[in-house]
Design a protein around this ligand. Structure first.
Ligand code: FAD
Length: 378
C-alpha cells in the first residue's frame, strides 16, 4: 500500500507530460480536421509553464534543462504537432525575452508567458523567407513612443496569441518588439486555405499599420545586430523543432509496430513479411538517431558550446528528414488504415513535410553544414 509519504513525488517533467496527456489525449486528429485548437487547452498548458518550460522557476517557469524540455517537446509532438508548434513559438518568444529583454521586461513578460498569456514569433515577410536579411518591417522612435510598420507572414499561433514578437529594422540595426495583438493598427489576416500540415496551429498573416507602442515594448531598447537576433532565436526554434520531429517519429514507430503486430495478410502478421519488417527497422533507427542528435544539441545548448549553432542545425536537419521519411514508411505499413484524414500517421505525413521548411529549410541547413565542412581540415 502506498501513502503520501511513500508515493514518489512526480518531477516537473512527469507532471507536464501528464498534463499534456490529459489535455490533448487522442483529440489531435479532430483538431486537425477542424483546423483549430481549443484556446482553453493552450491557456492551461501556458499557465502551468509547459509552453516555455525552460523559463526558471523564479520567473514562473518549470526550470527544465534543454534535454528535459526536449523530451517534453517530443512528447507533445508525438500527440499533436499543432500544439507542439505553439510550444516552439511560445518558447522562442520567452527565450527572446530572456536573452534580449531588460530586467523589467523579463519580469513582466515572462510572468505573462507563464500564466496563460500566449506569444507568437513574426520573422517571415512576403520578400523575406529563407533570407531574413531582406526583411523590411521597421520600428522607429517617435517622441516617448515607438511605431512599428510592416507585414509578417505565416505567424504560427497568432490566431491565439496575445503578443507577436516582431523582428524589425531599427535605424541601421535591428530590434525585437513585443507587439500586443490587440494594439490599434494590428490587423490579423487568416490564411484562408487549409495548410498542408500543423493545420490547427493558427497561422496568421500579421499586418502592422503604424502600430504605436510605448518604448518599453522594444526588447533591451533595440539596436542589436539583425543576424545575431535571428540566429539566437532560431537556435531555440531549431532544437524545439528537432525534438518535435523526434516526437513525430516516435508516434509513427508506435503506430506502425502496433499495426504490423496485428494485421494479417497472406497467412501471417504483416510484420513478418520482410519488406514490411524493413520499414519497421528503418523507423526504429530513425527514432534512435533523431533522439541522439537532439540530445547532442541540447547538451551543446546547456554548456554554451561554441558548436551550438552547428549542433542545432544538424539536429533539426536530421530529425526533420527522419520524420518525413519515417512518416511515409508508417503510412505504407498501415496501408488504407493510415490513409484517412486525422489518423496519426496521415497527420504525421503532412506535418513532417512542414518540418523540412521551417526554422531553416533543408537547403538552408545543408548550405550551413557544407560551409562548416569546407572550413574544416580533414
Ligand atoms: C506551417 C508554417 C509555419 C510557419 N511559422 C512561422 C512563424 O511562426 N514565424 C515566421 O516568422 N515564419 C513562419 N513560417 C515561415 C517559414 O519560416 C518560411 O516558410 C521559411 O523560412 C521558408 O521561407 P519561404 O517559404 O519564403 O521559402 P523561400 O525562402 O522562398 O524558399 C523556397 C525554396 O527555395 C530554397 N532556397 C531559398 N533560398 C535558398 C538558397 N540561398 N540556397 C538554396 N536554396 C534556397 C528553399 O530551401 C526552398 O526550398 C512558417 C511557414 C510554414 C509553412
Amino acid at each position: 500500500m502506498t501513502d503520501t509519504l511513500t508515493r514518489p513525488v512526480p518531477d516537473a517533467l512527469t507532471e507536464a507530460q501528464e498534463l499534456a496527456a490529459e489535455l490533448i489525449g487522442d483529440r489531435a486528429g479532430a483538431w486537425d480536421v477542424a483546423g483549430e485548437l481549443p484556446l482553453e487547452v493552450l491557456r492551461k498548458l501556458g499557465a502551468r509553464g509547459v509552453l516555455c518550460a525552460e523559463v526558471p522557476s523564479a520567473m514562473g517557469g518549470l526550470g527544465l534543462d534543454s534535454r528535459r524540455n526536449g523530451e517534453l517537446t517530443a512528447y507533445v509532438g508525438s500527440l499533436c504537432s499543432s500544439t507542439r508548434s505553439i510550444m516552439t513559438s511560445h518558447g522562442m518568444a520567452a527565450w527572446m525575452v530572456s536573452r534580449f529583454g531588460d530586467r523589467g521586461q523579463r519580469r513582466d513578460l515572462l510572468a505573462e508567458f507563464t500564466s496563460g498569456r500566449l506569444a507568437a514569433v513574426g520573422f517571415s515577410e512576403p520578400g523575406a523567407g529563407s533570407d531574413l536579411s531582406a526583411l523590411t518591417t521597421e520600428v522607429r522612435a517617435d517622441g516617448e513612443d515607438i511605431v512599428v510598420s510592416g507585414r509578417k507572414m505565416w505567424v504560427t499561433g497568432a490566431q491565439y496569441a496575445d503578443y507577436v514578437m516582431v523582428l524589425a529594422r531599427f535605424g541601421d540595426a535591428a530590434a525585437v518588439v513585443a507587439v500586443p495583438t490587440d494594439a490599434p493598427g494590428v490587423e490579423l489576416v487568416p490564411i484562408d486555405t487549409a495548410v498542408l500540415g500543423c493545420r490547427a496551429a493558427g497561422h496568421i498573416n500579421v499586418l502592422l499599420n503604424d502600430v504605436r507602442l510605448p518604448a518599453s515594448a522594444l526588447l533591451g531598447g533595440g539596436g542589436q545586430d539583425l543576424t545575431m537576433l535571428f540566429t539566437v532565436a532560431l537556435s531555440y526554434g531549431r532544437i524545439s523543432v528537432a525534438w518535435g520531429s523526434t516526437g513525430i517519429v516516435r508516434a509513427c514507430l508506435k503506430a506502425a509496430v502496433e499495426h504490423a503486430r496485428h494485421r494479417e495478410q497472406s497467412g501471417k502478421k504483416i510484420g513478418e513479411h520482410q519488406l514490411v519488417a524493413r520499414h519497421l527497422a528503418e523507423l526504429f533507427v530513425a527514432e534512435q538517431v533523431s533522439t541522439r542528435v537532439c540530445e547532442h544539441a541540447s547538451a551543446a545548448w546547456q554548456s554554451f558550446s561554441p558548436d551550438l549553432v552547428l549542433a542545432t542545425v544538424t539536429a533539426k536537419h536530421v530529425s526533420a528528414g527522419h520524420a518525413a521519411h519515417g512518416s511515409s514508411a508508417a503510412v505504407q505499413v498501415l496501408g488504407s488504415a493510415g490513409a484517412v484524414d486525422g489518423h496519426v500517421v496521415a497527420r504525421a505525413y503532412r506535418d513532417s513535410k512542414i518540418m523540412e521548411i521551417i526554422e531553416g529549410s533543408n537547403e538552408i541547413s545543408q548550405l550551413i553544414l557544407a560551409r562548416h565542412a569546407l572550413s574544416q581540415q580533414y
